[in-house]
Write a protein that binds this ligand. Structure first.
Ligand code: HEM
Length: 503
């Protein structure tokens, strides 16, 4: 390059370098973490979380602000408690925060993190998520499962009707949970029970262990000691689960080689097997990836992410309706106006039930099913709201705290008042950061529509068919609303009711 050209080139290069330096400098020089409590040696602030971490973190956020940092063990943890900062994390910088921290349970239960929910961000995760979104959660697939859901709904109504006639108490938490489990297992495996295995018991144990707080995830040097015995238990259960899933997959493979009966609706195992070991080009992406372990990990994800969440959501909606007879009556009237004297609320009716949607939103606001969403992990150093967030930080979005923040929801924030949504354009898809029951961005819940159909249908059906009293003459105001923290946030005590038949 001639000196003349070099001079011209430098003339253009200098401002560019100056501009880039301006961009990089704040990132390097501002390494101030968000405010937060000073932790103890080794455990950091783990001792502050208590039995209900979403509440403890909300109390801390009142002192330290909507973006807060703390050490949990030796993990730098960032807690977000306002819609504005949630938007920066989940939308503006979604890609930086699109990964998940790896944990002990995921290693064993998700076959070395081959599932979607706890998988690290990357090519593999993107492709299996895309595959599941297209093949398993599409509107077409949800419609195709409508007949099966209806059959289970009819069974549920019939069980409650028998109890109502015999004036027996019904455990709504168990009954709804059972119905959702059956719907889920039928959708995944084509059947809900198998005499050879304790499918339900095994999956419940797995979910309990996976939801338990494992100290090894926060203080890795304690991992090999397995102080709580969790890793040992989870490995044993994974063996039982593996046998069940292997058997189901093998039987599906054998059945696939024979002729299916007419009208046979493929279940999830059939669909996943149809792409086993295949690779194909889809919109520029190569989809290979599905091996046997991957199928098993996806099935476990569907069970872990799909059952407890829907059951918990319904449990809280029903609790609030029983506590608020005015709202229950108004909802019953709306359903009657749409459904008339028909016994069963059909899929086609659901889109006409606007007050039901408000009731569901209000319940999500006050009783956010997954209160801290599923934790994210940052993939790069980044500055948010003037604070430095180092790579590999763990991020909790306290959606529960946002739902109860008076600065977001104005007056009567703790009152169950569905009408507050009447003039608000807030939906549940993760675009309104004040209400995030399904998360948002790249990691938003892919089962949202399926989950919502079940919640709408079961709640509408229960209140259409029955009235409810609390047992032993208990008044509605005495019904406890205590929570139990886990993967989801269910009631601490099951919801027991005395039903009476309406229709
Ligand atoms: C009312 C019911 C449900 C609620 C409240 C719910 C809520 C959530 C939430 C909050 C997340 C985390 C989102 C984030 O990190 O931003 C999530 C993720 C997920 N959910 Fe759901 N969910 C429900 C139903 C379902 C169903 C029925 C399925 C499947 C059968 C499902 C499958 C998943 C999966 C696979 C993920 C992980 C997504 C990823 O990491 O990419 N969910 N869900």
């Amino acid at each position: 390059m001639s000196p003349y050209n070099l001079a011209i080139f430098s003339l253009f290069l200098a401002p560019l370098l100056w501009f880039l330096k301006g961009l990089i400098k704040p990132l390097k020089s501002n390494r101030k973490l968000p405010p937060g409590p000073r932790g103890l040696p080794i455990i950091g602030s783990l001792n502050l979380l208590g039995k209900l971490p979403h509440r403890a973190l909300n109390d801390l956020a009142k002192k330290y602000g909507p973006i807060m940092s703390m050490k949990l063990g030796n993990v730098t943890t960032i807690v977000v408690s306002s819609p504005q900062i949630a938007e920066k994390v989940l939308k503006t910088h979604d890609l930086v925060f699109a990964s998940r921290p790896q944990n002990e349970a995921g290693k064993h239960v998700s076959y070395g993190n081959k599932g979607i929910a706890f998988g690290e961000y990357g090519h593999y995760w993107r492709n299996i998520r895309k595959l599941c979104t297209l093949e398993l959660f599409s509107a077409k697939k949800i419609d195709a499962l409508s007949k099966m859901r209806r059959e289970e709904l009819v069974m549920m109504v019939s069980t409650i009707r028998d109890a109502a006639i015999a004036r027996q108490v019904v455990d709504v938490s168990d009954l709804v949970g059972d119905g959702i489990e059956k719907m889920t297992y039928r959708m995944l495996f084509g059947k809900f029970s198998d005499d050879r295995f304790d499918l339900k018991g095994t999956m419940l144990d797995i979910m309990d262990q996976a939801g338990a707080f494992n100290i090894a995830d926060y203080v890795p040097m304690l991992g090999p000691l397995d102080i709580q015995g969790l890793t040992r238990r989870i490995k044993a259960m994974r063996k039982t689960m593996d046998t069940i899933l292997d058997t189901f997959i093998r039987e599906h493979e054998e059945a696939a080689s024979s002729t299916r009966p007419e009208g046979y609706e493929p279940d999830f195992v059939d669909i996943l097997l149809s792409v086993l070991d295949k690779s194909e080009e889809r919109r520029g992406d190569l989809i290979t990836l599905i091996d046997r372990d991957c199928i098993k990990a996806i099935l476990v994800d569907m069970i872990a992410a799909g059952i407890d969440t829907s059951r918990t959501t319904i449990e809280w909606i029903m609790s609030e309706l029983i506590k608020n007879p005015r709202i229950l009556k108004k909802l019953q009237q709306e359903i009657k106006d749409v459904v008339g004297d028909a016994e069963i609320v059909e899929d086609k009716d659901l889109s006409k039930l606007q007050y039901l949607d408000m009731v569901i939103k209000e319940s999500f606001r006050l009783h956010t099913t997954v209160p801290l969403l599923i934790p994210r992990q940052s993939m790069e150093d980044i500055v948010i709201d003037g604070y430095f967030i180092p790579k590999k930080s763990r991020i909790f979005i306290n959606a529960w705290a946002i739902g109860r923040d008076p600065a977001v929801w104005s007056e009567n924030v703790l009152e169950f008042y569905p009408e507050r949504f009447a003039d608000k354009k807030i939906d549940l898809k993760g675009l309104n950061y004040e209400l995030l029951p399904f998360g948002s961005g790249r990691r938003v819940c892919p089962g949202m529509n399926l989950g919502l159909v079940k919640v709408r249908q079961i709640v509408a059906q229960l209140v259409h068919s029955f009235d409810f009293e609390l047992p032993n003459g208990m008044s509605a105001s005495d019904l406890d609303m205590d929570e139990k923290f886990g993967l989801a946030l269910p009631r601490e005590n099951h919801l027991l009711v005395l039903p009476s038949v309406r229709i």
